[in-house]
Each structure stands twice: as C-alpha cells, then as structure tokens.
Design a protein around this ligand. Sequence first.
Ligand code: NAG
Length: 330
Amino acid sequence: MGFIFIFFVLSIGTIFGQDVPTLVPASPFDPNSDAARLFDAMNGLGTDENKIISVLCYRTASQRDVITTTYNNLHGSLAKDLQSELTGSFQTLSIMLTHGMIKFLSIELHETMARPGTDEPSLTEIIMSRSNRELNEIETFFNNYYGHTLVSEIESDTSGPYRQLLIQMAEGRRDETMLVNVTAVQIDVVDLYEGGPAIDGTDETLYINIFSLRNFVHLNKVSILYEATYGMSLSTVVTTEFAIDMGNALVSILQYSADKALYFSSRFHTTIAGAGTADRDLMRLTVSRCETDLGNIKMAYQYIYGVSLSNAVSDDTSGSFRTALLALID
Ligand SMILES: *[C@@H]1O[C@H](CO)[C@@H](O)[C@H](O)[C@H]1NC(C)=O
C-alpha cells in the first residue's frame, strides 16, 4: 500500500504536479496605471524600452489582456504602437505579449505551419502540451481569426499518419484523469507489440489512438512496461516503424510523458544551441511556459546541460530582447 502510494505521487509529481512558474500575477494590479505607463514609454520622442518591459514582462497573460483592452480603449491599438516604436525580435516579443494565451497559441500554430517546410517539432510541441479545454478554445478562435479551421491547415501542411495524429490530438479528446489502470497498460503494451514489431507493416490507427487518447502517466507506464517485457525501448520501435515526422512526434510524446521539464529543456536547448538562435521558438517556449513550469524547466536545463538557462539565453541574445526574455525567465 505504502509503495503504491509513493509510486502514484512520484508519477503525478513528474508529470503534472508541483509546477513552478517564473511569472506570477502582479498584486496589486492596476491596468489603468499600466496602460498609462506603456503610453508614456512610447509617447513623444524616443521610446523607453525598459518601461515597456517593466509592464509587459511582469504581468501574466490574463493581466496583459486587460491592460491591452484598457490601452486600446484609450489610445487606439497597443500592438500597432509597439509595431511602429520597436524593431526586431523585441518588437515581435512585445506584440506577442499583448495577446491573450489562446490568441497567442493560435498565432504560433499558424506561424509554425507558415514557415517554409513546416516546423514539425514546434507543431507537435504546441498541440501535445495544451489541455483539451485550451485546444477547443484554440479551434474556435483559430477559425474566427483566420477564416479556416486549424484542422484544415494541418491537413494541407502535413501528411500520412503524422497528419492523422496531429488532427486527433488537436481534437482535444485525451484522457486527462492521470489515473493508471494496470490492466489497460498491459493491454496497450501487447497491442503495440502485436501491431508493430510482430507484423509486417504497422497498425497505424492503433498507434495514433493510443498516443492521442491515453493520459500521459499511462503512456509513461506503457513505455516502461514495454521495455521490460520486450527488451527494446518503445522510442526505438516507433522510429523504426514510422517515417521521420511521425517517429519524432511519437518520441516527443514519450519524452513529454516521462518528464515534461526535461522535454522542454531539450526544446530550449535546440533553439539556443548551434549557430544563431531560433528567436521565435525561444519566445514561444518562454511565453508559453513561464506561467506554468519554467521553474522546473530551468532546474532540468541546469542539470542536463551544466549551465543555467538564463546564462544560455543571455549569451545568445542582446539588447532589450535579452532583458525582456530574462525578466520572464528569472
Ligand atoms: C481497467 O482496464 C480494463 C481493460 O481495459 C477494464 O476491463 C477495467 O474495467 C478497467 N478497470 C477500471 C477500474 O477502470
């Protein structure tokens, strides 16, 4: 009994418990004075970028939403003013911060597909990591904003089993209970083997259903039991059973299921490592995780890469863009 209890707590802890955000609601919060501060920062000659940062990077998405509405009612359009006053990545980030969470995620989804060749890892990341409720709200917002559905955009930008996986994940029907039924885990383990390595070809529908509908704690248990039973990792199996897009997506889901902070720290690392920095990905990761689990991601990053995320970001960015990102990260 004691063992089972600890096992349960540990699983929940690594997946969806004890999230440590780096951005928390400002309190007290006065949207009128924040809107006035932003107007001040941009009014007249020159722009006080630090003043802009002092508002936009220290308020949560729902607070920024209220500030934006307040500003727009008094002065026209905050996004347009930021657009004309700022440049480069700092401009992009500032405008991003004027959007509520659902609008922000919808635009980022569209962006990843608008890129030449589609940015599959980012597409998988966004869809996989949002709740059913958020996915439903995104679907509605997306359709109103772009005049076509998210699913239709996925359909025209991806193909094969990867397309079907994304569409089913975007429908937001995943079990969110976080409960594990040992019998159901055993059944999935056998089914994945029987529908994969045991046969010529692959039962694609089976894999798509399991990976898009099961809760993440369950999936992690499936991965562990699979390796214990068949002596090969499920990650290796999915990369040999499927083409690269689908294989990578399934591996991402397994990594996310095993340790969400570790998964995101590797996503951060990818945007920072190598020549140049994928600014847009870095912004998206920072803005989308800072109110949730960026504290956990920072710990994982330090542990895996031996350098703090703040230092890594600081080394790869400059100017107000750097100041703004670090304000959100620290
Ligand atoms: C566990 O899963 C099995 C197989 O799907 C099912 O028959 C059983 O009813 C489930 N048990 C519970 C408590 O939900």
